[in-house]
Write a protein that binds this ligand. Sequence first.
Ligand code: FES
Ligand SMILES: [Fe+2]
Length: 421
Amino acid sequence: MDDALVERIRSDMEYEFARTAPPEGFPAFHDIPTARHTTEEFHRIEAEHLWPRTWVIAGRAEQIPDPGDFFTFDDLGVPLLVVRGTDGEVNCFYNTCQHRGAPVVRGTTGSSRRLRCQYHSWTYEIDGGTLVSVPDERDFVGLDLTERCLPRARCDTYAGFVFVNRDLDAPDLSDWIGPAREMLDPFDGGALREVYRESRVIPCNWKVTAEAFLEVYHFRHIHSHDGVSVLDNRGAAMGLYPNGHSRMITPYSKQNVDRSGMGSWDDWEHLDTAPMPAIGGVPAMVDCTSTAVSLFPNVIIPLGRIGFPINVFWPIDAGTTRLDWIYYAPPPDGADRFDPDDLPDHWRTRRAAYDQIMAEDEMNMGPMQSSMESPALTGMPINYQERRIWHLHEQIDRIIGVENIPAEMRVEQLLEPYVER
Ligand code: FES
Ligand SMILES: [Fe+2]
């Protein structure tokens, strides 16, 4: 987030405030078919073609600081395990023994220089998943150990997050994140630690949860308090990145500008964050706007100079989602972690405020799903302010492969000319 980017965002906001219609030539969207959110069929298509082919966050590098440290990861619907190799690299394997299919590791975390299945002790090494020992090997006829390695998934880290991708042919993680890094690099994510986490099971499709964080069209309608909305959606500056990622920076409303003692919506100054340490090198814009980035497919990050939560959406079935939010921040002085059960008062206050916003968003989601399932709605018109939602859907179709989606459930590929390279 260098000065040039901040300047570009500021002038985008000026443009957004001043415009009287979408930009000249901006495409008209057809309705997004509600079948994408409501049908078993689309859920099955996503399960088969989307989730096995996309990078997702599985955990944090600091969970596994030493060689042999591992954690399991089941949110993609198949049991995986992430282990720090002897060379310090982070590896991901399927947690399925190649003998008779027992889980290779039990429990969700642990440490072991070798992965020894508890059923008959087939043993794998942690760098390549090579099968290195089989008890009573003489009793297997023609067993070739080299053909029985633990199957791998792709695994890499960025900003302290461990990402996995089941697709061995997927692009490298750094290419996948691409220019969206300009938003995240300044936060030195690797130095942050988990403050606390919350998890809710919500009766709606995972895209209903994701979409709620991709626009601020709804903001003043459900997040106002005493008639005051802290943000002005009309000035929201959005950027579409390759691979479905995007950013959105929303200025303060007039009322909030006045209340904050700012001269104007772009009177951006670093605020005093004490007693919370501030992350260095983050522009003042972040203190005086809502600045958020989304990582396709299922992560939204509202950035802050004291740290940030990640909101993560995991489909359970077509109409049920697990919504997690996990807050990361620089650890307290002299400590290398937070104690979520004994947070200092300033963090309890921050937590209550963030959880309140999440509750306001969540309130909408279950009712929306039941309502969308009604024959009263077959498609959703999307406006220019909601274009990040369209961008999400386009990328979903690109990953799935348009040919794998029934014609009436597709979205048209329209936004390519607006993607920043
Ligand atoms: S199932 Fe793992 S050793 Fe038999
Ligand atoms: Fe919201």
